[in-house]
Design a protein around this ligand. Sequence first.
Ligand SMILES: Cc1ncc(COP(=O)(O)O)c(C=O)c1O
Length: 460
Amino acid sequence: MSASTLPNATLTEAYLALTPGSAALAAKARVAMPSGIAHDSRHFDPYPIYVQRALGPVKWDVDGNKYADYFGGHGSLLLGHCHPTVMAAVHAALDKGTHFGACHELEVRWAELIMQMMPSAERVRFTSSGTEATLMALRLARAYTGRPKLVRFRGHFHGWHDHMTNGYSNHFDGSATSGVLPSVADNVLLCDPNDVEGITRIFNDHKDIAAVFLEPTGANFGKMPILPSFLTLLRDLTKQAGALLIFDEVVTGFRVSPGGVQAEVGITPDMTTLAKIVSGGMPGGAVVGRKDIMDWLDFAAAKAAGNEKVAHLGTFNANPISAAAGIATLEIVNSTDACARANAFGAEVRTKLNEVLIDEKMNWAVHGSNSSFHIFTNPEGDDVVPGAFDAAAFIPKMLNKPRGEGVSGQLRMGMLVNGVDMNSGPSAWISAMHGEEEMTTTVEALRATVRALKREGVVS
Ligand SMILES: Cc1ncc(COP(=O)(O)O)c(C=O)c1O
């Protein structure tokens, strides 16, 4: 069965008809796990799809439906699902043991590769996730500078630990989110993206800033773009103030280019946080940066400098399976045109999707950079020309909008019933394996979805 065999069904009716196996699993999940899920961004009404297997750029759910996959392991699968070289490396590592509770050869090779590829990486410390990487980068920044405050940008995501929760999708006034101490939030200074006056004022008013964190392509992998001139300003302001500039390249590292955004724009941050692609689709992350900062983690260097070493443990840091997947992935990224191929698909699919919007007379826009696309559903009905959309000018309208609700939820459902899985942005992470078949499926899915939404009176 597919959406085309259900021509008279609404999108919701089609979704329910196509996914009974997912519905049954979701019903069981809801009595075992809050909302039945393990990650907030997998929340989907009436229930999410349950996936059984994946290969290259596609995956299949438990009901046998096939999807062009733009969720891409939450962005970790630049090389697509089950890349043969990565899988062989993982299998070989698995056969030798999953955890030695000891140092091992693969972690050394892994760190060397990262240092070779990422300009800011003078030293590497592995973590088990991106959240842990940003937590460690913050702790290092505070230890190194002896200052308490961090500056973040509204809408930017850096994981879910206490210092990173407000100002991402709510609490834009800087107040603490549920379960977080107000004293933690007091040390977070929020600024609007690209706000030159705002950031200048923050640096004038606060002489106790340890670090500025940001997603260097802008919030949610460029959905709310950061202007290159603003990155330059941040580099200058942090240098002048003796604060550290930290690029969160958890998504963009090894994706935008083999050396991340920093290699593309020629701005080297003091530290960089990494995860996702760095560990080749397996759990893992890293904080990398200047040796004099990373020395706060080094027993001998900290002692010689008379500093109390920054503590860091973690059972699964640099585990051999993630190391094997990471090495195999980074070697391919470093020696092939994988990033460029994914970027080229991104440019083409954005153009083609905007042509659909023009054909269908929709005042939405498909935008993004590199291996992404985002669909702006224009909730306030502004004048928007698909293909000539200035996303930076619309940041205030994108902030404050709950993800995955209203039209964007219906849009995602339409894409799903037409064979495309996007994330809750609604946005897409593209792999180097996406090709002609996925291009056609995606373009036709948007056309069918927009027509269905019009038919159902959801949009006009
Ligand atoms: C930019 C960015 N930073 C940090 C994180 C947190 O990484 P993790 O989910 O591995 O904890 C994410 C996760 O999506 C991210 O996109």
